[in-house]
Design a protein around this ligand. Structure first.
Ligand code: TYD
Ligand code: MG
Length: 452
């Protein structure tokens, strides 16, 4: 096969250079040049695209408002995160650390789609078909009908997917896939980007949905190709703690659904199982009556989820006291500690402080501030907060407690899970039946209320 010409493009400024160099001539940035295919292949593809996308412009009003067709896997949490199932022609990147369960999840999906009459192709570049078969024997689903292809050449993958008439193609992983059009080794940024772009074109022209598995590096980005996030339609991250069996599938980008939705699974001996009541899953195993623990309700996409914040303040040894936060930004913890010292009159000067959010959940919204403060106050005083209380509020630098967004849904969930009291801003309104709002102006009120 004839090799197409390639150029090197700077990922910073977009400048094009015929040869690789350590430094970009355009902007002077180092190590930003990435190989890219042009010339024959590119030109033909563009001409083809022009011919096939021959539909003329239309008025928005002339478009039918019919819902997008979707294929459901029946794995409820998976379909939910995608926005109601798999959209034909869409490209979905599934990122996650090695061993978290990406291959398992996608093999289960393939098996379920086959059972529903949707032809699939599972391309495994990392494991042999025999290894995939071994995994399949563990699953609840019968994956016998799934076509498996042990292949890493992109051209061959596209050929077989087209020949098979697969409607959903799983590429495990994008980092092991390479195209003959480029010289670089599989996994380098140029290869990953080009392979993804070609699979994208295949999906848009031939109509199958394509799932790309991407490994996440320790730094958190999908190795090298963060740039893929811009190309694909949907980006899902599969995360969890290695020691816990909960797994969270999170949509960080979704052209066909809401972003930030999560699906919760449990890793069992027979594959991944959707958790039936995700909102309550993270409170399972909570010990009540222990100091340093407070419950809050966060919004994960459109869903409220109740989680427990734990704090432990203990006498510090030598040197600077420690501040360790898991599931919470350490700078946010520093701010909250400073507010508590200055406005709440509690001293942490001689204390090591540890804050932890259970279940591997991250507190990304300020509405959880109040729960962190309540857990800290409770730990310092070694006095549990009321077991039936939920804490909802953002805390300002002046120690003032502000109301939170989506209050109604959070309150409804707290009431449904049997909580009776919500500590919140004095301005909060609209408690459902059976739930009492304990309104507070500032954290001085909080300290007093918790001492009462
Ligand atoms: P895997 O899907 O291979 O992860 P990834 O593709 O993200 O690297 O999952 C591997 C882990 O999951 C491995 O530690 C074994 C475990 N596992 C189970 O606990 N139960 C199962 O039924 C399966 C198939 C795997
Ligand atoms: Mg895998």
């Amino acid at each position: 096969m004839r090799k197409s010409r390639s150029v090197f493009r700077c990922t910073e400024c977009g400048a094009e250079q015929p040869k690789w160099a350590g430094r970009c001539d355009g902007c002077g940035a180092w190590n930003t040049l990435v190989e890219e295919a042009v010339g024959r292949t590119g030109g033909r593809a563009v001409r083809q695209a022009l011919q096939t996308s021959g539909s003329p412009p239309v008025r928005l009003s002339a478009l039918t408002s019919g819902a997008l067709p979707r294929w459901r896997t029946g794995l409820a949490e998976f379909d939910f995160v995608l926005g109601g199932g798999i959209v034909p022609g869409s490209v979905v990147l599934v990122g996650g650390e090695p061993g978290i369960g990406k291959s398992t999840l996608l093999l289960q999906c393939a098996a379920r789609l086959e059972a529903a009459g949707v032809p699939t192709l599972y391309v495994s570049g990392e494991e042999s078909p025999e290894q995939v078969r071994l995994r399949a024997t563990r699953l609840t689903e019968d994956a016998g009908a799934v076509h498996v292809l042990g292949e890493t050449r992109l051209e061959a993958i596209v050929h077989h997917a087209a020949a098979l008439g697969a409607r959903v193609v799983f590429v495990d992983s994008i980092q092991t896939t390479y195209t003959e059009a480029l010289e670089g080794a599989p996994g380098n940024v140029g290869q990953v980007r080009d392979c993804a772009a070609r699979l994208m074109r295949f999906a848009k022209e031939a109509g199958p949905a394509v799932f790309l598995v991407g490994h996440v590096t320790k730094g958190g980005g999908i190795a090298g190709p963060r740039t893929l996030e811009h190309i694909v339609d949907t980006v899902l991250y599969f995360e969890g703690e290695a020691t816990l069996d909960h797994r969270i599938l999170r949509a960080v980008k979704n052209r066909f659904g809401s972003v930030d939705e999560i699906g919760v699974f449990r890793m069992t001996g027979a594959g991944l199982e959707p958790v039936p009541d995700p909102a309550a899953a993270f409170l399972a195993g909570r010990h009540t009556g222990v100091s340093g623990s407070a419950v809050t309700a966060l919004m994960e996409g459109t869903r409220p989820v109740l989680v427990e914040v734990q704090a432990l303040a203990s006498k510090a040894g030598f040197g600077t006291p420690q501040r360790v936060a898991t599931g919470l930004d350490h700078r946010r913890l520093a701010v909250l500690l400073a507010v508590l010292e200055r406005r709440g009159g509690l001293s942490f000067e001689a204390l090591d402080v540890f804050v932890n959010v259970t279940g591997g959940v991250r507190l990304a919204e300020p509405s959880t501030d109040l729960a962190v403060l309540a857990a800290l106050v409770s730990s310092v005083r070694d006095r549990p907060v009321p077991a039936d209380a939920v804490f909802l509020g953002e805390v300002g630098l002046g120690g003032e407690i502000r109301p939170v967004a989506a209050l109604e849904r959070r309150l409804a969930e707290a009431a449904r899970q049997g909580f009776r009291r919500v500590f919140c801003s004095a301005r909060a309104r609209g408690a459902p039946e059976g739930l009492e709002l304990v309104g507070m102006e500032g954290i001085g009120d909080l300290a007093r209320r918790l001492a009462a």
